[in-house]
Design a protein around this ligand. Sequence first.
Ligand code: URA
Length: 234
Amino acid sequence: MIRLDRFMCGAGAGTRSQVKALIKAGRVSVDGEQVFSADLKIEENRTRVLLDGRPLFLPGNVYYMLNKPAGVITAARDARERTVMDLMKDAPGKDLFPVGRLDKDTEGLLLITNDGALAHRLLSPARHVEKRYLVHTAAPVSEEMCRALEEGVEIGDGKPTLPARTERIADMPCALYLGITEGRFHQVKRMLDAVGNAVTALRRVSMGPLLLDDKLPQGGWRELTEEERRTLGV
Ligand code: URA
């Protein structure tokens, strides 16, 4: 938590006395409400502060976890479709983007940040960062299917997929956890096709050390905790 006037100074809105005058003059709103109190406490990466209608941001990198719902596309903007960034429009921070892509019908963990170096570290094929999915399937998942997925399957790219990790789920024959370290187009769906099954629903549950917070509602987002940032090295 930070005082509103300190936040505004940090965001480059002026000196302490200048921002106090701006607040007093009614030119500042916090989460949609005009405010007049400089010592109001706000959450720096959660509260939307507008000066004369324009958002203010503290400089520096910000990190959010989004629980992507099905039906929105992973893109910065789109003329027709709703995008994940439309869901993030109240999130403070400049130049935010999603780290990696989930298909329109895929749900789950998406990291949203403006830290290009972290995105590169998480997505670089050489780093082999594991993305783990809960995969629902049309037919029961057999041991043979798991073995094939673990060893690598041909999905039409001319080279088999890299070794993956599978975990069958007790009481859920038509589901498995699948951990992959690549990010090929529609990779999980194509891998399940390759073993004679089919994906009926897909949810990303982790990316490297970052786990989807199961308390986040579909379409909900929150800032990463200190602990989560530490595990990502940021
Ligand atoms: N694999 C897929 O097939 N789709 C996704 O959205 C992610 C991984």
